[in-house]
Design a protein around this ligand. Structure first.
Ligand SMILES: Nc1ncnc2c1ncn2[C@@H]1O[C@H](COP(=O)(O)OP(=O)(O)OP(=O)(O)O)[C@@H](O)[C@H]1O
Ligand SMILES: [Mg+2]
Length: 257
């Protein structure tokens, strides 16, 4: 198998749909029998619980701090083709514990390297910050997916994110690119949603995915059942938008190669 595309789902703003998108896209790819690994890089562990994994004994922390092989940390999920490396509160300490470690920004990249040829896609769910964990994911990734919530202030903070990405490109990962901006929690009845949509497309042009993720209560219910929404209720509006997005996502990556 050729090396996996490594894609981080990143936005330092909280609650914009990073985890919902990471879990949903990973699940869609898995259902399509694309071998996919979801790495939870957020101490909140929402991506892990979103695929039904809580209190896993071994977590991404072990790979980053103790240099345990990532391969041995993969948990199986309901979907045969989807594995997950879970995260938990231990991860909060990782940043401090790595402080004096040389080349710590490259820890995740190094951990992923030996297993890249075992997957088609490796998705990384980032925490809502531009801290070391997010920096590690920017160094480890080929491409980024940036979810934008279609609400007021959606674009606020994006300049800072773009600056950080540029800095990483200059120093540590020259080929990193934003592959796609994803508009989330779109509400047809809210004029603001369409305004943010227009503004984002004006600014980021065709980097914005054509598929928009609708606001849909099923997407927020699914995690409490420990299932990706596309499994929990595959025909709801939210799942349909993620299935459509996954198609666009796969194609966009292929055309970029
Ligand atoms: N399209 C949607 N429709 C309805 N609810 C949604 C949608 N997308 C996400 N949500 C809900 O909004 C909340 C925030 O979403 P999510 O956890 O995916 O964001 P996040 O960016 O990962 O947050 P954090 O920054 O805390 O990690 C969650 O309760 C989630 O279930
Ligand atoms: Mg999250």
């Amino acid at each position: 198998m050729p090396a996996a595309r490594v894609i981080a789902i990143v936005n330092q703003k909280g609650g914009v749909g990073k985890t919902t998108s990471a879990v949903s896209i990973a699940a869609c790819l898995g259902v399509a029998e694309k071998k996919t690994l979801l790495i939870d890089l957020d101490p909140q562990g929402n991506a892990s619980s979103g695929v039904g994994i809580v209190d896993a004994p071994r977590q991404i922390y072990d790979a980053l701090v103790s240099e345990v092989a990532l391969d041995s940390l993969v948990s199986r999920t309901e979907i045969e083709y989807l594995g997950v490396v879970p995260a938990g509160t231990d991860l909060v300490g990782a940043e401090v514990e790595l402080v004096s470690r040389e080349a710590r920004e490259s820890r995740l990249r190094e951990a992923i390297a030996p297993i890249r040829d075992q997957y088609e896609f490796i998705l990384i769910d980032c925490p809502p910050s531009l801290s070391l964990l997010t920096i590690m994911s920017l160094v480890a990734s080929d491409e980024l997916l940036v979810p934008l919530q279609t609400e007021f202030f959606a674009l606020e903070g994006i300049t800072q994110l773009v600056k950080t990405i540029d800095r990483i490109k200059e120093n540590l990962n020259p080929t990193l690119s934003i592959r796609g901006i994803l508009l989330t929690m779109f509400d047809k009845r809210n004029k603001l949603s369409s305004e943010v949509d227009k503004e984002a497309r004006n600014y980021f042009k065709d980097k914005v995915y054509k598929t928009v993720i609708q606001r849909n209560v099923r997407l927020s219910e699914a995690p409490s059942h420990g299932l990706p929404c596309v499994i929990y209720d595959k025909s709801c509006v939210g799942s349909k938008s993620y299935f459509k997005l996954a198609e666009e996502f796969k194609n966009k990556i292929v055309s970029a190669a």
